[in-house]
Write a protein that binds this ligand. Structure first.
Ligand code: AQP
Length: 324
């Protein structure tokens, strides 16, 4: 299967990005043709620092490698290195109804959050995302739940194009990791863990162990005592159980069984230690790679060369079909 997915270099990668997306990528690269992207063109649709961007991109590539992406098994690219993504986005924009874009949940949320930064790029984000996916004739898009709506819009756009101009694009399917699809904020377990929220609710993958412990120990729970999964009534504890079961690769029911009789603070301490020991080897790998930036740049430039061949093939076909 051809697979595509990406993450914005808009901050440090967090546990939600890992459990929702990257964990799946690491498994999928073994038996599929995967393209994983650093979507910097999407990152400029919300406030960012242009001076910091080049380093953010390289740091994210280093993190991808440290987390287990293997350039011998997958293609790693930076979105802005391939102008074909933008070219296709413009063409797809011409068949995408504005109403579809205006009803996207992410657009509505980001519009509320960045009141002084409501730009056309933010509205058009899903069209560029559709281009990212369709340009490689991707069949599967592994993402967290928050991106499901955008992949569904990609399907709509692809079908519309195929109907109007003739069979061109494969229709991609969304793939979500059942339990990791939505990791919630530790400080507000009704909102998703998010890079730009940072702070107490978000565990960065490479942050200091003492800080991880502090954040988990102060995670919002409830006034009861029982460690039981119930998203509606016990969102905090359910989120912690979810994280625990994913890090241990066991089911939530097994996690409940293991933790039976423990107090909330005992559970939090166990989870903090587990998270730290899970992340420790990844941190060492990242530190080791941090001194090899030239090697990492080379991986990205090789990735761009390989991806360009696929992207150009699709662009030639699309332009011909559209009479351009
Ligand atoms: N909390 C989450 N739980 C599960 N999956 C998540 N993802 C993000 N947060 C969670 C998944 O990670 C991938 C990359 O997302 P992104 O950074 O490109 O965009 P995002 O969804 O907007 O991520 P953030 O962390 O919320 O970033 P900001 O704050 O910059 O907008 C996607 O597959 C996403 O589903």
């Amino acid at each position: 299967m051809r697979i595509f997915s990406g993450i914005r270099p808009s901050g440090e990668l967090h546990l939600g990005n890992y459990l929702g997306a990257i964990k799946q990528w690491v498994e999928l690269q073994n038996n599929n043709e995967c393209i994983f992207c650093i979507v910097d063109l999407h990152a400029i649709t919300t406030p960012y620092d242009a001076q910091e961007m080049p380093q953010r991109v390289i740091d994210q590539a280093i993190s991808y490698l440290a987390l287990g992406l293997n350039p011998e098994k997958c293609i790693l690219i930076v979105q802005s290195h391939l102008k074909e993504h933008l070219e296709l986005a413009w063409l797809l924009g011409s068949i995408t109804p504005i109403g579809e874009l205006q009803r996207m949940t992410q657009f509505k949320e980001k519009k509320k959050k960045h009141k002084k930064y409501i730009n056309a790029g933010l509205l058009n984000y899903p069209v560029l995302m559709a281009a990212d996916i369709l340009i490689y004739q991707s069949e599967i898009v592994p993402v967290g739940e928050d991106q499901k709506q955008h992949v569904e819009l990609t399907q709509t756009i692809a079908k519309k194009f195929n109907n109007k101009f003739g069979e061109t694009f494969k229709i991609p399917k969304v793939q979500m990791n059942k339990d990791g699809a939505r990791i919630m904020s530790l400080s507000d377990p009704k909102s998703k863990m998010s890079k730009s929220d940072g702070g107490k609710g978000c565990i960065d993958l490479f942050e200091e162990p003492q800080i991880i412990t502090k954040k988990i120990m102060s995670a919002v729970t409830d006034t009861q005592k029982k460690i039981k999964y119930d998203r509606a009534k016990k969102p905090g504890i359910s989120n912690l159980l979810n994280i625990y079961s994913l890090l241990k690769d066991i089911s939530v029911a097994e996690a409940e069984e293991e933790l039976k009789g423990k107090s909330y603070s005992e559970f939090k301490k166990i989870l903090a230690d587990l998270t730290i020991s899970f992340l420790e080897p990844l941190r060492s790998k990242r530190n080791e790679l941090a001194s090899r930036e030239v090697y990492v740049q080379e991986i990205l430039s090789q990735g761009a060369k390989r991806a360009k061949i696929m992207a150009q093939e699709t662009m030639d076909d699309v332009k011909k079909k559209m009479g351009l």
